[in-house]
Write a protein that binds this ligand. Sequence first.
Ligand code: SDX
Length: 382
Amino acid sequence: MADKIDKKPSGLEDVVVCEQDICYIDGKRGQLVYHGYDIDDLCDHSTFEEVAYLLWNGKLPNQAELTAFHDSLFDAMTVPDAVFDVMRLLPKNTDAMRVLATAVSVLGTFDPQADDMSPEANRAKSLRLTAQMPMLTTAWYHISQGREPQPVTNPARGIAYNFLRTLTGEEPDNYTVRTFDVALILHADHELNASTFSGRVTAGTLSDLHSAVVAAINTLKGPLHGGANEAVMKMLRDIGEVDKAEAYVQNMVANKQKVMGFGHRVYKAKDPRAVILEEMSEELSKRTGDTKWFDMSRKVEATFQPYVAAKGIYPNVDFYSASTYHMMGIPDDIFTPIFACSRVIGWTAHIMQQYQNNRIFRPSSDYDGPQNLKWSPIEQRS
Ligand code: SDX
């Protein structure tokens, strides 16, 4: 057989697989746009719920539309007890993203519209998953520690508030709620990233919406994608102290190790989400007085950046989200499920558009294996 050519796979770089009007990214300028609205504008003025409406409907809601949307979303903030029963059966040390994928699959078995592929049913299922996944995430945090899930006490306060309230069992302060709300806006969509593409591929076979979201959750789990935020926090903990960051990073560079939270297939400038998360992390560090994690992150960036700027490698969304979530009191192992709780908006927006204008995805490959070999009996094989 010809020596295998050690060619770096393309990873579908720059390959256009669909048209969509949901999200635009300018990688050179570091710009992110949801249906025409710049992410900075949405973070300054909007809420996660309003952005969800925008991504699904292609326009910002008027007051009547937003009120009706809120009511339907908050009414859906319930999870069948049987789903929690299944979660209680799982080993307590199960990865939270594996639990989330499992729980969403189980939700599909209880959803009366699971196999209804009408646009109305898909919209209703998208809304239910958006309301339920945050509750699945905080429920697992408690179940994994042998406690009962915290009940939703005030659905009308919205997803950010109810996530924090059901996570800690305590009343979250308004600044933390707003910071978390902005973090959810920042993670809501990002064009054809790996997990969204995975959801589209699954939807492209006309499999149902729950199945497409489960595919997306399992894709986001990887440390090269959504799992990077937990990997960044692990790195910061490994570094331990601010004054050890420089030597730690220089050692990673010397060993040609990838620094998690840096680099992006599209951005060749600083990820605009990282810019906002950095500001939030700095503000939280001042408000909490716990400046270690922000200072350490800044030191990692200052040390690493000069080595890789020429390659267009900058901090991405996962780098400063780690310290931001940590300072909001969020446990490391639910950082990535939080990413999924936000990105379910983008996934379902793309999945619904895939259903509306679908052709099954079936790329090709260059075959570089042998040809015309003859079968031989096993006793004749060397
Ligand atoms: C997300 O696509 C999206 O939009 C994703 C996302 C979203 O919102 O959905 O933005 C969310 O997934 C952000 C990325 C989170 N992942 C990480 O932080 C993991 C670390 N980053 C890398 O693994 C990498 O940068 C990727 C996976 C993000 C991008 O991979 P690419 O585009 O395939 O780039 P590559 O691996 O081919 O790297 C190109 C060069 C290589 O060097 P050479 O072999 O050319 O010499 O850049 C180097 C890489 O070694 N490089 C890094 C690096 N990232 C790339 N070197 C050190 N540290 C890094 N983090």
